[in-house]
Ligand binder design. Sequence first.
Ligand SMILES: [Mn+2]
Length: 303
Amino acid sequence: MAYIRKSSYKFIKDPGDIRIGEILQTGGGRVDVGILGVPWDGATGTRPGSRAAPSKLRQMLFTSTYLGGNTFRDFGDVDAVVGAHEETWRRVAESVRTFLQEVNRLVVLGGDSTCSYSSFRGLRATEKGGLTYVMMDAHPDLREVEEGLTSGLASRWIRETDEECRMFIVGVRRRSNAPYLFENAKKLNVTVITMDDIETRGVRDIADQIADESTARAAQLSFNPDVLDPAFAPGVNSISAGGLTTREATAFMSRVSEKVKLRILDIVEYTPAYDHADITAAACAAAISAVIWPAGAPVMSGG
Ligand SMILES: [Mn+2]
């Protein structure tokens, strides 16, 4: 039909400029990268709304530049159940386990940070060897609560799911977390890397430490954009000043992606209603691209 746009992912009519949404596969068959949404935020205590993240993140990701090589498939969203967290997590874990058979890497678009925990259960059911879990977050999510459901327990549940897993929490703020949480991290054998550590050592050195301690382990990398400074990520559940720049976060993620056998990247706690001018969504899309294409765009050989 004349005057009907073929691609909704770009406006400039440049056939050499391909966007991820243009090469998405819909049918069966193995692909390099799978996309799975989890529109569920039932454990959010502060600013709700990450249930709306998957569609917004898809919009931003699919308009992002395709840098070649990788094939992509969108598996759609897990059929989450409002009010039923155990059933929702069971469905996430089962979907992740199934789709990991069909992809090299699965990108899970949450949802609150319990989506990372439920995805980890799917990874645990898939990989037989030891695992590594790396969480980028301003908070360690190792709380102890008297009652109720909170995403602030997510990494505690990961430790309970897998006592042997190597766990790293990167970008934690000393001033935004109760001191007992750092003691809990030690007790639970979780390595906490604070913003002060990052300032001293730099993100590459931290990534290399994680790689050295992971060797051949399959890994999950969780990106909570609250690890970024609020200047770079206003659209999150729980803001905390004094965080990473987007540039530091993507450099770290590329380094981890190059050196660690990453099976899952999850994006959690992105909260579109608190985002401004798509700043946070753009940071999340850049984070995904940094993992998929750690070396950036291929350099054209001169002729
Ligand atoms: Mn957090």
